[in-house]
Design a protein around this ligand. Structure first.
Ligand SMILES: Cc1ncc(COP(=O)(O)O)c(C=O)c1O
Length: 358
């Protein structure tokens, strides 16, 4: 991966205003403008910008989570989904994923709604919103909250009429440099309800309300003005960058289609995410062989997400539930290089090298 960087002059043009005003953080004009522009782009009713996607999860969990208890979640995700839950005092209850979409399997969720379950934290894996509506409905109908980890969802358009950011009580987005859209480091929380957005905004800034009181303790999760400025410039280029990434993904798929050993995630979206280029290989041994072969040719890949977060050693054994489908997918998955400056010939070289390894 490579961070998408706009022409330097465009970024520099936004800096004099910071030097003149001295307003470099604490909810300045660039953060407010970025929140408004992101709300229009995603689209989402309210957007609150924060320091990174991990703090977005933690602040959202604080704002919405209520009483501590067990939270149904997926082990097939980045570490942050699970560690954020644990840092906020919740107990992850791992439920298996759907073999085709790689997301928490909505069919399995009702069986795990034990009395101690207070909420659901699903992930739109690689930006795939499949099953999200069903999980949000299960949460709502059973009186639990749901917060969606939409870290990879920038630019995604659902097949239905709504936005992927409409689901549940809140969603979080990562604006890290490895994502298609970034603020160097950054994150955002989206919410449909004004009260949730207001609470999240308070908690991001130590918990202060408008009178200067702190009705409940918050944290410092503010996004800085230079970071927000980066987001504003990147937003101008995002659609062009996404288009190039879409072309690269199309080429990968076309070149990989005749390769029997390679299969793909089933994505349900009118415009799928192009943050990652995941493929499935037949088994762990083949995947490891492919990784080594590609690395030998100077091609970096990522085993997202391996190992499963349910296998992390900090978790007590009693929480490390077996999720056979997730285990299988984690053993077989591989993310290939994808960034907007990746030349077409490099995509061809990656596929040729992969075929040679197979
Ligand atoms: C699914 C998922 N959730 C949360 C995060 C955390 O985001 P950040 O790196 O911005 O803290 C990531 C980061 O890649 C992620 O992939």
């Amino acid at each position: 991966m490579r961070p998408s960087l706009p022409p330097l002059a465009e970024y520099e043009a936004l800096l004099p205003a910071l030097w003149e005003s001295g307003m470099v953080t604490n909810g300045g004009p660039y953060v407010r403008q970025l929140e408004a522009e992101l709300a229009a782009y995603l689209p989402a009713r309210h957007v609150v910008a924060v320091t990174n996607g991990t703090l977005a999860l933690q602040v959202a969990l604080r704002a919405i989570g209520g009483d501590r208890g067990a939270v149904i979640t997926t082990p097939f995700t980045y570490a942050a989904t699970t560690t954020a839950l644990v840092w906020q005092g919740f107990t992850p209850r791992f439920v298996d994923i759907d073999r085709e979409t790689f997301n928490l399997d909505p069919v399995l969720v009702p069986d795990h709604l034990a009395r101690d379950v207070v909420g659901i934290l699903p992930v739109h894996v690689f930006g795939n919103p499949a099953g999200g509506h069903d999980v949000a409905a299960i949460a709502r109908e059973s009186g639990r909250w749901s917060i969606f980890d939409a870290a990879h969802c920038i630019g995604v358009r659902t097949s239905g009429s709504g936005s992927v950011f409409d689901l549940g009580d809140a969603s979080i987005l990562s604006l890290h440099a490895t994502k298609s859209f970034h603020t160097f480091e950054g994150g955002a929380i989206s919410a449909a309800r004004t009260a949730v957005a207001a609470k999240v905004a308070r908690l991001r800034s130590f918990g202060f309300d408008t009178t200067g009181d702190v009705p409940e303790p918050g944290i410092n999760a503010k996004l800085t003005e230079p970071a927000a400025a980066m987001g504003l410039v990147n937003l101008r280029h995002l659609e062009d960058w996404i288009q190039i990434r879409e072309e690269r993904v199309r080429l990968y798929r076309e070149l990989l289609a005749p390769v029997n050993e390679v299969t793909f995630q089933r994505v349900e979206a009118r415009r799928p995410s192009v943050t990652y280029m995941p493929i499935l290989l037949p088994n762990l041994r083949t995947r490891e062989r492919v990784v080594r072969h590609l690395a030998g040719a100077g091609i970096q890949t990522r085993r997202y997400f391996f190992p499963l977060t349910s296998q992390f050693s900090f978790l007590p054994r009693s929480l490390r539930r077996r999720c056979p489908v997730a285990e299988e997918i984690a053993n077989r998955v591989l993310c290939l290089p994808l960034y907007h400056e990746l030349p077409e010939e490099q995509v061809r070289r990656v596929v040729a090298t992969l075929r040679a390894a197979l």
